[in-house]
Design a protein around this ligand. Structure first.
Ligand code: PEP
Ligand code: MN
Length: 269
């Protein structure tokens, strides 16, 4: 299997998105809104993310919502705003592609394509994304085992993609106090099984903003190669996932507190 460490005789590939290297000593921080809502919102959060030390921006333009009545994203307009935020900050961005019909459009704007939890099993999308020449950010299916996650990654790798990053984003358990259960076990387990960089998403993994920073620190302690976090200046007014968003201020604090943990596991931020 291509995801395995011993499948490359000349050493495992390095994973890059533009100038950002994943899986090295330096941790990668990805931050931005759950959903791109407006120009002001996107640019404000992009600047805040950059100031706090983020390496990549995130933001959903095409949103996979549980209810068809919920806001579905600004679509191509959202991609344009992400591109403007990149222009302003110099930071590349990752954004979700929901299906193969959107692939060309999303790939024309984005530096990295996100395949979300709900699509981890969409083998047609995995193949098409893996073959389109763009880096891919693959999130774990919320009801998928680590083995299934690695096999999904294999679909992407088989199409020639080497700039692939995995993201543990929480799984469904019987616990109702949190939205999902961030599976910390999966981080060292994935690191043992694969050469692919592994990030953690404590925003979706908890669903509770007060728990994001502690679980970000725990993820780094467990060996994660970086963190993806959702931001909003006014979480109560967010169109999506406000309950799990960090404010620019709390994100700044979170990054500060992550430094000590990073140092303890011989990583940098
Ligand atoms: C997201 O990151 O925007 C998202 C929808 O996450 P997930 O696919 O993990 O639910
Ligand atoms: Mn979200």
């Amino acid at each position: 299997m291509l995801f395995e460490k011993d499948s490359f005789s000349g050493g495992v590939p390095e994973v890059h998105v533009g100038p950002v290297r994943f899986g090295g000593k330096k941790l990668v921080l990805i931050a931005g809104p759950c959903t791109v809502e407006s120009r002001e919102q996107m640019l404000e959060l992009a600047c805040a993310a950059k100031e706090a030390g983020a390496d990549l921006l995130r933001g959903g333009a095409y949103k996979p919502r549980t209810s068809p009545l919920s806001f579905q994203g600004l679509e191509e307009k959202g991609l344009e705003l992400l591109a403007e935020a990149r222009e302003k900050t110099g930071l590349p961005f990752v954004t979700e592609v929901l299906d193969t019909t959107q692939l060309e459009t999303v790939a024309a704007y984005a530096d990295m394509l996100q395949i979300g939890s709900r699509n981890m099993c969409n083998t047609v999308l995995l193949r098409k994304a893996g073959g389109c020449g763009k880096p891919v950010f693959l999130k774990r299916g919320m009801c998928s085992t680590v083995e299934e996650f690695l096999l999904a990654a294999e679909y992407v790798l088989r199409e020639g993609c080497r700039n692939l990053v995995l993201c543990e984003r929480g799984i469904r358990t019987f616990e109702t106090g949190t939205r999902f259960t961030l599976d910390l076990n999966a981080i060292p387990l994935l690191k043992k099984r694969t050469w692919l960089p592994v990030l953690a998403d404590p925003s979706h993994g908890t669903g509770v903003s007060d728990l994001v920073a502690p679980m970000a620190r725990a993820s780094v302690a467990a060996g994660a190669d970086g963190i993806m976090v959702e931001l909003h200046a006014n979480p109560k007014k967010a169109l999506c996932d406000g309950s799990q968003c960090e404010t620019p201020e709390s994100f700044f604090e979170m990054v500060r507190s992550l430094r000590a943990v990073a140092e303890a596991v011989c990583r940098t931020l």
